[in-house]
Design a protein. Structure first.
Length: 413
């Protein structure tokens, strides 16, 4: 174990730590306006027969965020509300001020009555889809420090990157979009568990649903995995394997909890044989999860650090990287298929934080798109490791500079 010494350089940082932690656990301000006043207008709760502008809003959303409906220019706030709302949205667009200069971004969206929303979703899953794609839906759940704007932007990017032809839905829980509100985000995420699991259950039970591709990022994994367990327990036909392709990008969840409590249930032999699988993207360069490790005291699933120094030493002695991954479930009767795949993006991590390689690193974006579209074996550029279910990548040569933004479809055209 590394030993920390009280040095002159370390002292200011240690003194500042309580202030930083105070920011993380500080209460959320209620604000100067009654929350009931934000939703008093009928704009927040349209009638079932209200026309919905959908031609230029190709994506769906479900949210437990508090909307501000005091004017016709409705916006989504970071507070939570007691009612789940539904709607359609488009790719965020650049705003221009009176002088013709860029003035931030906004999300064009329209709120819809819940019944109308489900009817439109049913129509969208079949519109323009081939028989092979009919009944497939992609559901994205964002992570920590996201606003409705940023989660909408990521959802639209996922749709462009993967070329997914079925309905694309984002579930936007009330993250505060603030680095200093991590604890508040955790609180809101757990508070929203009931809302999300009820929505996922209803989506899985739609007569047209054949496959749900469920993508979560960061803290969103802690919302997604218990909900899948709930759907499994309550499925009317005892088979909820339509929630089949689960992708956890940089998951901020306790690794041992995943191994011991979640994977055994979500990846039961019967579910795996019915084609359920989980793909996990991890990186030791993930600075966000490094901080989460320290806050929680134990490793996150998305960062393969070795908590056990003796395990790390054994790996080093064998000439292997000192990386510890989640273990596969143990079965009395092993399934015919493999349910867990871990993809270590460390050699090709992109950006300063390394927390969103699936949307920022060219080679990972390509891999992610392949997984969303159902590929399982022989995916391009993957390199096997000493563990049969763990893969990694070869870093690009020194003169290779892939266009990450272009390949990841970060920029719209």
């Amino acid at each position: 174990m590394a030993q920390f010494k009280w040095t002159r350089a370390l002292k200011p940082a240690m003194l500042a730590l309580p202030l930083w932690l105070a920011g993380c656990i500080s209460p959320v301000d209620y604000g100067d306006i009654r929350h009931a006043d934000y939703v008093a207008s009928g704009l927040c709760d349209p009638a079932e027969n209200t026309a919905i502008e959908v031609a230029d809003k190709p994506f769906f959303f479900v949210t437990s965020r508090l909307p501000d409906c005091r004017t016709r220019d409705v916006s989504m706030l970071n507070y939570r509300t007691d009612k789940v709302r539904y709607g359609r949205f488009a790719t965020p667009q650049d705003d221009i001020d009176e002088k013709g200069k860029p003035d931030g971004q906004s999300v064009p969206f329209t709120l819809a009555h819940e019944n109308r929303w489900w009817t439109d979703l049913s129509k969208a899953q079949d519109k323009g889809a081939t028989d092979a794609n009919s009944g497939r839906v992609l559901l994205y759940v964002h992570g920590f420090r996201e606003s409705f704007l940023t989660s909408s932007r990521d959802t639209a990017q996922i749709a462009r990157l993967t070329g997914f032809t079925g309905p694309v839905i984002q579930y936007s829980w009330p993250s505060h979009g603030d680095f200093m509100k991590y604890a508040a985000d955790e609180t809101n995420m757990y508070w929203d568990d009931r809302n999300f699991r009820q929505f996922l259950t209803k989506l899985a039970q739609q007569p047209w649903t054949r496959e749900i591709i469920l993508v979560s990022h960061s803290l969103g994994a802690r919302l997604v995995l218990p909900a899948v367990e709930f759907v499994d327990r309550t499925a009317q036909n005892s088979d909820s394997s339509v929630v089949s392709n689960i992708i956890l990008a940089s998951p901020d969840i306790d690794r041992e909890h995943f191994e011991r409590g979640i994977a055994e249930e979500v990846l039961s032999a019967r579910r795996v044989n019915n084609d359920r699988r989980i793909t996990v993207y991890v990186s030791v360069k993930d600075r966000a999860l490094s901080l989460s490790d320290r806050l929680h005291g134990y490793p996150r699933l998305g960062r393969p650090d070795c908590f056990d120094p003796f395990e790390a030493a054994d790996l080093k002695a064998k000439g292997l990287p000192e990386r510890c991954y989640a273990a596969k479930s143990e079965y009395d009767v092993p399934p015919e298929k493999s349910g867990l795949t871990i993809v270590d993006t460390t050699p090709v991590s992109s950006g300063n934080i390394g927390h969103s390689d699936y949307l920022r690193s060219a080679v990972v974006c390509t891999d992610f798109a392949a997984v969303v579209n159902g590929e399982r074996e022989g995916i391009k550029d993957r390199v096997p490791t000493h563990l049969s279910y763990v893969y990694t990548f070869i870093p690009p040569a020194g003169n290779e500079k892939p266009d990450h933004d272009e390949i990841c479809r970060l920029v719209t055209k």
